[in-house]
Design a protein around this ligand. Structure first.
Ligand code: PGA
Length: 248
């Protein structure tokens, strides 16, 4: 049985004060609710430590990115080790915004995945097609390539801690969600790739859906067989909405 995971990607929102307060509000909203779900929040890098101090391990804290290097003269970059010492346990990698605006490639991401695993942290590896690729039917090929090129050098043992997030780019921040059938189709496809490569480990890997998930559509999406959780952007910035998704 795969334990569900709900992660909030706060993107470049919230100052330190606001981040701590949102984290506090999420804890308050969760109080007294019986939820058997792993909960992760991803503030901006500079606020990871502050949020980690507020949540005290009651929910997990993720970085939204880290370097593919172990350290040195790389102005403006942050290592996986620094994320870990600041209290982070997960790192989102390969989000479509990083791919589109910062030129991140599958090859670079395979190195980032290595650095994150070297530190014993959990990568949340994002993949997903653009609208044109959905329309011309090439999306399976695109996703297969994103998954294989960045991840399939890993051993089954390394793969165990990995989480994958399927996020169709056309559904991110647009209000347009993939239908549960569309999402399940791709999740099942990714699952098949993982099982072919890693056997039972692939069956145990959690695959999250991301792209305009909100309280109103979360239940239906999360009831699909291969959807094991969500990576939430916009709706994770309001504690009540985020917790409503966790409850769903
Ligand atoms: P959204 O973002 O929920 O605002 O669509 C999801 C994401 O980018 O991770």
């Amino acid at each position: 049985m795969r334990k569900r995971l709900i992660a909030g990607n706060w993107k470049m929102n919230k100052t330190l004060k606001e981040s701590k307060s949102l984290a506090q509000d999420i804890l308050e909203e969760l109080k007294g609710k019986e939820v058997d779900v792993d909960v992760v929040v991803a503030p901006t890098l500079i606020n990871i430590n502050g949020v980690a101090e507020v949540v005290e391990g009651n929910i997990a804290v993720a970085a939204q990115n880290c370097s593919d290097k172990e350290g040195g003269a790389y102005t403006g970059e942050v290592t996986a080790n620094m994320v870990k010492e600041a209290g982070g346990t997960h790192v989102i990698l390969g989000h479509s915004e990083r791919r589109a605006y910062f030129g991140e490639t599958n090859e670079l991401l395979s190195e980032k995945v290595n650095r994150v695993l070297d530190q014993g942290l959990t990568p949340i590896y994002c993949c997903g097609e653009e609208l044109g690729q959905r329309k011309d039917g090439s999306y399976f090929k695109v996703i297969e390539n994103q998954v294989k090129a960045a991840l399939f050098h890993l051993s089954a043992e390394q793969f165990k801690s990995l989480v994958i997030a399927y996020e169709p780019v056309w559904a991110i921040g647009t209000g347009e969600t993939a239908t549960p059938d569309q999402a399940q189709e791709v999740h099942a496809f990714i699952r098949k790739l993982l099982v072919e490569q890693y056997g039972e480990v692939g069956n145990q890997t959690r695959i999250l859906y991301g792209g305009s998930m909100k309280p109103g559509n979360a239940k239906e999406l999360l009831s699909q067989e291969d959807i094991d959780g969500g990576l939430i952007g916009g709706a994770s910035l309001k504690a009540a909405d985020f917790v409503a998704i966790i409850e769903a």
